[in-house]
Design a protein around this ligand. Structure first.
Ligand SMILES: NC(=O)c1ccc[n+]([C@@H]2O[C@H](COP(=O)([O-])OP(=O)(O)OC[C@H]3O[C@@H](n4cnc5c(N)ncnc54)[C@H](O)[C@@H]3O)[C@@H](O)[C@H]2O)c1
Ligand SMILES: [Zn+2]
Length: 430
């Protein structure tokens, strides 16, 4: 054996030893986390890491310490990942993998009262909510914080504005929030979008946790990192991509949501099932929706998560999330607030389905109490659609679903969209 080969063999043997030691270390890590869990301590607490690095550096000569730090940090990162993947996954939790912006989505009934287990709340915490959300939700979180501040804003889309944004920032400034403090949103998509945007901007960005409490926000808006406010009546015109540190979903919070809001949010889950998960669509068709809500939330989030992971900054794949939205937006504008967003999406999907799928979708929408026919004059909807899509002259790229669980992108002329609108959504044609 020449010198090179013997040195390589030495390295291989050492690597084998390292792998064995690494496994042993991971087992010990699990013992620690088990103890912590049993004793109600925060399991993913990383505050001991710098202490550990400091101590272990003493084992190597001074001139090698910076190299060794790199190695130790790798070991600690692998240990965190190991905990996440093997041990700590609370029932039903998901991970959004976005490199160093990765985060967990905890989905569990009763999770609200365990927020402190998953979030770092031993600092100043601004809990933003609105006056339509039961106050007890924010209070339950506050009870788990060392220094909670609750800010309750008026409910409704109008709250997603510059004035509220300024109020949140000002509240934090007046109360001495630093870069190390955090914001928690407890509410629907309005509060999530607004509070997330404020967190992205305060001191150039502080930690943000999202506790969505509507169906729409639990299945859709709370993940993806899109935060925004409306400006001069234009929706979501000012905002930022800012990923939460954790999303905590407690399906029990939906028990207080009114039925119309509840169904409207679920329209987005039906949408995701149609493009990406035939089994979920079948669940909507034949399952008991209320009792299988957790599964519906989880499966919808799996779809959204996959889209977000592959297309964080919205370049292509996110288009499938727009299924039903081209016609839906037109209807939403023409209805001038009489219909909710999800109700319009429900309607907007019908003309974009294959002929065998359409009656099945209609039955699901009826089961959910969602509309299947338009009431606004079709010419108003047409005008709104043309206005909405004026940049794309002559035609628009839409998502079509022939069979549940698959989709196609197609560029169609406005005239074709109008024909479908008339044929499938107008009262007297049915
Ligand atoms: N960021 C994204 O990716 C994204 C995606 C889709 C939608 N959105 C945004 O989400 C917003 C809509 O969100 P939404 O549908 O959740 O509306 P919302 O936040 O206005 O909530 C709807 C209503 O329900 C009330 N409410 C919330 N939780 C409740 C509960 N548990 N019990 C009783 N009442 C409760 C609220 O007070 C409000 O009146 C829009 O502004 C939209 O632009 C964002
Ligand atoms: Zn939508």
């Amino acid at each position: 054996m020449n010198k090179l080969e013997s040195a390589r063999k030495k390295i291989n043997d050492i690597d084998k030893d390292i792998a064995e030691l690494w496994l042993k270390r991971m087992e010990a890590v699990c013992e620690v986390s088990e103890y912590k869990r049993e004793n109600g301590l925060s399991v993913l607490d990383s505050s001991r890491e710098s202490e550990l690095i400091g101590r272990e550096l003493e084992y190597v000569p001074e001139e090698l310490r910076s190299c060794y730090t790199v190695f130790l940090k790798g070991v600690l990162a692998s240990s965190r990942q190991y905990q996440r993947e093997r041990e700590l996954k609370p029932e039903g939790s998901l991970q959004v993998e976005l490199g160093d912006r990765s985060y967990d989505i905890v989905i569990r009934r009763g999770a609200l009262s365990e927020a402190g287990k998953y979030m770092k709340l031993d600092r100043k915490v601004l809990i933003v909510t609105d006056d339509g959300v039961p106050a007890s939700y924010a209070e339950t979180v506050a009870a788990q914080c060392s220094e909670p501040h609750i800010l309750t804003l008026p409910q409704g889309e109008k709250t997603k504005c510059l004035e509220s944004f300024r109020l949140i920032l000002r509240t934090m400034l007046e109360r001495g929030f630093t870069r190390k403090d955090c914001v928690v949103a407890a509410g629907g998509g309005v509060i999530g979008d607004l509070a997330g945007f404020a967190a992205s901007a305060y001191m150039r960005g502080i930690d943000f946790y999202n506790i969505p409490t509507t169906t729409l926000s639990q299945i859709d808006s709370s993940i993806g990192g899109k935060t925004a406010i409306d400006l001069d009546g234009y929706k979501n015109t000012v905002g930022a991509f800012w990923q939460p540190k954790l999303v905590l979903i407690d399906p029990d919070t939906l028990l207080t949501l009114d039925r119309r809001q509840y169904a409207s949010g679920l329209a987005e889950a039906v949408k995701m099932s149609l493009t990406s998960d035939a089994e979920l669509f079948e669940l909507f068709e034949s399952g008991d929706i209320d009792s299988r809500l957790e599964e519906i939330i989880r499966r919808s989030l799996m779809i959204k998560k996959r889209v977000v992971e592959q297309d964080e900054r919205e370049s292509g794949l996110r288009k499938i999330l727009n299924f039903g939205h081209t016609v839906g937006h037109g209807i939403e504008t023409a209805e001038e607030g009489r219909l909710m967003h999800g109700e319009c999406v429900a309607l907007g999907m019908l003309p974009m389905c294959g002929s065998e799928l359409r009656p099945r979708l209609k039955a699901v929408l009826e089961k959910l109490g969602l509309p299947t026919r338009i009431s606004a004059p079709p010419e108003r909807i047409r005008a709104a659609m043309v206005h909405d899509k004026k940049a794309e002259q002559g035609g628009v790229t839409v998502v079509k679903v022939k069979e549940a669980g698959s989709f196609e992108l197609e560029t169609v002329a406005f005239s074709e969209l109008f024909r479908r609108l008339d044929e499938y959504l107008t009262e007297d044609r049915q």
